[in-house]
Design a protein around this ligand. Sequence first.
Ligand code: SF4
Length: 192
Amino acid sequence: MKYIIKDILERENYSKEEIICLLKSQGEDRTLLFRKSAEIKEKYIGRKVWFRGLIEFSNICGKDCLYCGIRKGNKNLRRYNLSDDEILEAAKFAYVNRYGSIALQSGELESQFVTDRIENLLHRIKVMSNGELGITLSLGEQEPDVYKRWFEAGAHRYLLRVESTNKALYNKIHPNDDHHSFSKRLECLRIL
Ligand code: SF4
């Protein structure tokens, strides 16, 4: 069947074949696709840009996900961990330059030290920004009371992905010799 891009773009919903056709479009057809996407963006979001500041403060991780460059088994990597002052300085930059929010992200570590450190940083960022800077955390799987403490300290969003909802595939890419389990990931998402 021959698809006409212009006709597809007039619809509200697309079939799988039509989506494939759109993704494969070239030249004039691709220009039409980009124009349509710009139209839709302008209709729903307007001509605005929101800045979000991602602060990747450490690449040290206790897990070994096979697809990840900072997995603990990767020995060809220089590990770093920013100081609290460096993190606060980056957060201040975001606030002063009117970013809507920041995300604090690192490899996954579970310890009392990490819990206390993040809680303390959250309090300090909230004070520094008069509570105006939104804060997202992306620090992996944690115990329920840790999530609660961080939420109460001001982190109102949390980024935790699930790379596959197919248990067999999930287990294949997350070796469980470092206590990485599918059920724990689902439980963390439920708690969050
Ligand atoms: S837990 Fe996250 S940071 Fe650590 S290895 Fe897995 S994907 Fe990478």
